[in-house]
Design a protein around this ligand. Structure first.
Ligand SMILES: [Zn+2]
Length: 370
């Protein structure tokens, strides 16, 4: 009697769900995943040891550090961790980017070690860009050299010669839109290394790293130290050193997440404090809020975007960018961004267009208004 009542209840439940699906259709929200996704990329692996001196292999040190960071991140229930490798295997640079793009990650962090024939030491964090100097080029060249170990590298990296300074100039375009965010992450990392760990600061730098070129999200590459330096090699090669380095990187990732959560736009910080300012309207400029980037082409219906209307779509490379709103009023754009975040697009950020061309928001804000 009792059991049949439960059975009836279950049956009733399934019937109601089934009829709801018939009536409303399968739930559409394609962006149900709201976790902050971090892709951790341990440099090198397998047949590619990276730099190696005596007992120190870059591939092992990078993997240890990355796994330690991942364990810390996993303690946060709103963070998802994806590894490009979690063991000693060879993975091409392009595949690493694909893993990150497929995961629709919010951040890509690649971990490496430096080497030099001198006793050079210190940490540096790179974002993709032009080689400001020969030294940066040399670091990128060494990290890119792994391409030669990949099968069919000529087809895979058509037109890209890791040994040529000119070849990497064309590489920078895709990461450009994430430059501000990548620089911010890089500065958090370097700050923690120098302030908390008292490491030698070689700074935040730009160079043409092939692995950073493949991703569609803020991305950094960390050179955690020189295995060729007697003291530093011993530090980054040790368990204690790796634990400290992973904590510093973890803290930086959390700072970045906090920055996103608090909706602090970098430009806002640069803006002088004025009492009740007039709305910031920039004639001829279109501010939009980028809510998502996806390989999927979605219909521009509000049910696909948590109820947001006025969503537009732009194809860029293999991906579609989805924008919410369109206004020349920057303050209104901030409100739109807030609204997008409130319905679950946690990483929504503002972009600017002028004469159909994408322009830097911070440049626009620096320019005179109206
Ligand atoms: Zn490396």
């Amino acid at each position: 009697m009792y059991i049949s009542l439960i059975k009836k209840k279950i049956l009733k439940y399934f019937l109601s769900v089934f009829s709801a699906i018939l009536f409303f259709g399968v739930p559409h929200n394609a962006f149900a995943q709201e976790k902050f996704t971090v892709v951790l990329d341990a440099g090198h692996g397998g047949k590619d040891p990276g730099k190696h001196v005596k007992k120190y292999n870059e591939k092992d040190i990078a993997l240890n550090i990355v796994l330690l960071i991942g364990n810390k991140l996993k303690n946060n229930k709103d963070i998802k961790v994806v590894y490009t490798r979690n063991r000693d295997v060879f993975i091409g640079l392009k595949e690493r980017g694909k893993i990150a793009n497929d995961a629709e990650a919010n951040l890509f962090v690649s971990v490496h070690c430096n080497a030099h024939h001198t006793q050079a030491n210190g940490t540096e964090t790179y974002v993709l860009g032009l080689h400001a100097n020969k030294q940066n080029f040399e670091v990128a060249k060494q990290e890119n050299a792994v391409i030669f170990l990949e099968d069919n590298y000529k087809e895979k990296y058509a037109g890209f010669d890791p040994n040529s300074p000119e070849a990497v100039i064309g590489l920078t375009l895709m990461q450009e839109e994430y430059l501000d965010e990548s620089l911010l992450v890089a500065s958090y990392i370097q700050n923690n290394f120098t302030k908390k760990l008292k490491r030698v600061d070689r700074g935040v730098k730009q160079a043409g790293f092939a692995v950073l070129h493949q991703t569609y999200m803020p991305s950094v590459l960390i050179e955690t130290g020189f295995i060729t330096n007697k003291q530093e090699g011993a530090f980054i090669g040790s368990k204690t050193g790796q634990e400290k380095i992973s904590t510093a990187i973890y803290d930086a990732i959390m700072e970045y997440k906090k920055h996103l959560d608090e909706n602090i736009v970098i430009e806002e910080k640069l803006k002088p404090i004025v009492k009740k300012p007039a709305p910031r309207i920039y004639k001829g400029v279109n501010f939009k809020v980028q809510i998502s980037s996806s390989s999927r082409k979605l219909e521009l219906k509000s049910y696909n975007f948590s109820g947001l209307k006025e969503v537009t779509r732009v194809k860029q490379g293999r991906h579609y960018k989805y924008y919410y709103g369109n206004t020349s009023n920057y303050d209104k754009a901030l409100k739109l961004q807030k609204k997008a975040k409130s319905v679950g697009f946690n990483t929504a950020f503002i972009v600017a267009y002028k004469n159909e061309k994408k322009v830097s928001v911070s440049e626009i804000l620096k320019s005179s208004q109206k």
